[in-house]
Design a protein around this ligand. Sequence first.
Ligand SMILES: Cc1cc2nc3c(=O)[nH]c(=O)nc-3n(C[C@H](O)[C@H](O)[C@H](O)COP(=O)(O)O)c2cc1C
Length: 126
Amino acid sequence: MKIEGGCREVCEATEFVAIVSSGENGPHVVGNWGDYMRTLGVTEDTIILPAGHYRQTEQNIHKDNRVQLMVASKKVQGTRSVGQGYLITGTAEIIGSGDIVDTVKAKFPWARGALVIHVEQVNAQL
Ligand SMILES: Cc1cc2nc3c(=O)[nH]c(=O)nc-3n(C[C@H](O)[C@H](O)[C@H](O)COP(=O)(O)O)c2cc1C
């Protein structure tokens, strides 16, 4: 299962996205806004985010491209209570040119490129 059903509902509602990569100094967490993610469109297996900085993240994923993302919203019903979150696991790359980057820059003129997440697995948290 990738981004569909409950995970899609949470992606439609999450206020922010946490993105974790691994580097020589351990885990590295960066953020993005849920509405930026939605503006660029979430498909079943790809998330595209505007890259303004993400320099450390870029270094990390150059050596180990595995990343984990967390999205969550209290607007989505969880299994037992109000609120749901998803751990999204996949690989990432930062790209600096091409059609995807043209689309990103049209919407976010400050972006230097796109952080593209290739989703492999999603897991409900609550
Ligand atoms: C809610 C939120 C949204 C953010 N949005 C972006 C963004 O759209 N693009 C970006 O490059 N950094 C964004 N940042 C900043 C990153 O978390 C990070 O601090 C910065 O890009 C530096 O990344 P680096 O530590 O990998 O070099 C955001 C941070 C937060 C908390």
